[in-house]
Design a protein around this ligand. Structure first.
Ligand code: FES
Ligand code: FES
Length: 156
């Protein structure tokens, strides 16, 4: 079947099967490799993308369900220059192997869009579905909290 997908503000016309999973279509057909294949059952968060600004596990979504919605992967965040959050992840040495990073960037981006100065608990809750095997989470949480503090300074 024919499918139109909007990925990072680019329109794609694709021929897909009804049961094709969005994660696979993004990686294999659109060529966006940042959503990672992890558990493929909704547990690890490595395949996280944004659909209409909300974080979603793309391994649990059929490609056909995404038609008519705006899909954002980490390739679409900071394409021209890195976002402040991405720079804070770098300056905090938040990631090691980086496998979890695209999903965490997107989950944290969603959090900061709806809650510009989150508490530590808010950050922990927002990232609770994104597993990281390397860092112990602390440098990730610190970077998101720092982004929240900067948002607070700007709005003060
Ligand atoms: S690959 Fe989708 S949640 Fe693990
Ligand atoms: S940095 Fe390796 S899984 Fe998070």
């Amino acid at each position: 079947m024919e499918l139109s997908l909007n990925v990072n503000n680019e329109e794609w016309a694709l021929d897909v099967a009804p049961a094709d999973v969005l994660l696979d279509v993004l990686r294999e057909r659109v060529g966006t490799k940042s959503p990672k294949i992890g558990c493929e059952r909704g547990d690890c968060g490595s395949c996280t993308i944004l659909i209409d600004g909300r974080s979603v596990r793309s391994c649990l979504v059929l490609a056909v369900e995404a038609e008519g919605h705006e899909i954002t992967t980490v390739e679409g965040i900071g394409a021209d220059h890195l976002s402040e959050l991405q720079n804070l992840f770098i300056s905090n040495n938040s990631f090691q192997c980086g496998f979890c990073a695209p999903g965490i960037v997107l989950s944290a981006t969603e959090l900061l869009a709806r809650n510009p100065s989150p508490s530590r608990h808010d950050v922990q809750e927002a990232l609770s579905g994104n597993l990281c095997r390397c860092t112990g989470y602390e440098p990730i949480i610190e970077a998101v909290l720092a982004a929240g503090e900067r948002n607070e300074e700007v709005s003060a």
